[in-house]
Design a protein around this ligand. Structure first.
Ligand SMILES: Cc1cc2nc3c(=O)[nH]c(=O)nc-3n(C[C@H](O)[C@H](O)[C@H](O)COP(=O)(O)O)c2cc1C
Length: 382
């Protein structure tokens, strides 16, 4: 694993291992991919100014998120179909999270059920929710998540409809998986993934399915239609937030907030945290970069809820930048997925280790020893 020296190394390996359709689903954005370039540019434009001659011999990056201490400010973001990136991918990712003692957020659209992930990984689990049209079934799913030990619910609020990904229409990859000549050739050109992930999954658990869908709707990914009742609701509103708040006993987080006014509304609804996020530039292609809106949102929140951020993190210094802008913690999506695709649990774990080491180096070079000192390093525009 020492051969992976940075996230880009893991990305390159992932590109070689995965069928092109799957890699592009993992890696790319939407429409003209303006936002994906914007995420990089937004983080690159931030400057942190070092304090000279500070004793940095004792550095720590431990923090407390939602009352729970953790050794670094990271959370593994929810990612659909992580289970296809390596064999038993969701459990493998949760094990990497466990090794670093950080939470793993299970996606509604994961291939492995939260019960199995909990049993096989022992990781601290959050659960991400896409609201289905049938709210009763949605609440039943939440009860499963709570029963499996999830202490935090993450309601994703930025995905009212499926975004436009033309490259996936061209390369034949989609959810549900649809057999096509192009996709078949793609898979056969990646025999290692075909044997190690796809065939092995078929042998052990059968055709991959969305594990959280109710049994009567549980479509094998190969089947074209997902039942209407469990298709994503397009009428999700603050009323749903109120209903979730009343139903869910644990922490409630809204993911995909990009406006200060929505943060204030979240506080009024008794929400515990928000993720300032543009979904890793995978949804609205003209969305702002989180770094641009984060300071105003942090100011509006005024310490009344926990503010997390994500999108575009590829270096430890990116984590330092989000924290310097006022975030309490940072979610990482693609970075550990690249590691997972490259080498399973050790690959994902190695990526987290690299990010932590880079954050440590950044702190030392900035002359700070604790995360709460990072906002002082922010170089304001003249
Ligand atoms: C392959 C993939 C699948 C994703 N699936 C979900 C999902 O099911 N639910 C969700 O809320 N976010 C999903 N996301 C978004 C991530 O949770 C996160 O916001 C994003 O990846 C952060 O940007 P980054 O990848 O640049 O770190 C997904 C991201 C990726 C890369």
């Amino acid at each position: 694993m020492v051969t992976l020296l940075n996230v880009e190394d893991a990305r390159r390996l992932a590109r070689r291992r995965l069928p092109r359709g799957l890699f592009e689903y993992l890696d790319r954005g939407t429409e003209d991919e303006v936002s994906i370039a914007g995420n990089r540019a937004g983080l690159d434009a931030i400057r942190l100014a070092p304090f000279a001659l500070e004793d940095v011999s004792q550095r720590a990056q431990d923090t407390v998120l939602f009352g729970t201490p953790q050794p670094c400010p990271l959370v593994i973001a929810p990612t659909a179909v992580a289970g296809l990136m390596s064999y038993d991918g969701e459990v493998a990712m949760a094990r990497a999270a466990k090794a670093h003692d950080i939470p793993f957020c299970v996606s509604t659209q994961s291939m492995t059920s939260i019960e199995t992930i909990a049993r096989d990984s022992g990781a601290r689990l959050w659960f991400q929710l896409y609201v289905w049209k049938n709210r009763a079934r949605t609440f039943a799913l939440l009860d499963r998540a709570a029963g499996a030990g999830a202490d935090t619910l993450v309601l994703t609020v930025d995905t009212a409809v499926s975004p436009k990904r033309e490259y996936n229409q061209r390369n034949g990859f989609g959810i549900p998986l649809k057999p096509s000549v192009r996709a078949g050739i793609d898979v056969l050109c990646h025999p290692r993934w075909f044997a190690d992930v796809f065939l092995r999954t078929l042998r052990t658990t059968g055709m991959p399915t969305y594990a959280h869908y109710p049994d009567e709707f549980r479509t094998a990914l190969g089947r074209a239609v997902v039942g209407d009742e469990i298709s994503l609701a397009t009428d999700v509103s603050w009323k749903d937030v109120a209903a979730l708040r009343a139903h869910w006993k644990g922490r409630l987080i809204l993911k995909g907030i990009l406006r200060a006014s929505d943060a204030t509304r979240a506080i009024a609804h008794g929400v515990d945290g928000i993720v300032v996020s543009n979904h890793g530039a995978r949804n609205l292609d003209c969305a702002p970069h989180p770094a641009h809106v984060l300071p105003a949102i942090v100011a509006a929140a005024g310490g009344r809820l926990t503010v997390l951020a994500d999108s575009g993190v590829r270096r430890g210094s990116d984590i330092a930048k989000y924290l310097a802008l006022g975030a309490d913690g940072v979610l990482v999506g693609r970075a550990p997925l690249y590691g997972l695709a490259a080498a399973g649990t050790p690959g994902a774990s190695r990526v987290i280790e690299l990010l932590r080491a880079e954050l440590d180096t950044t702190m030392a070079l900035l002359g700070v020893t604790r995360l709460d000192q990072l906002p002082r390093t922010l170089q304001m525009e003249a």
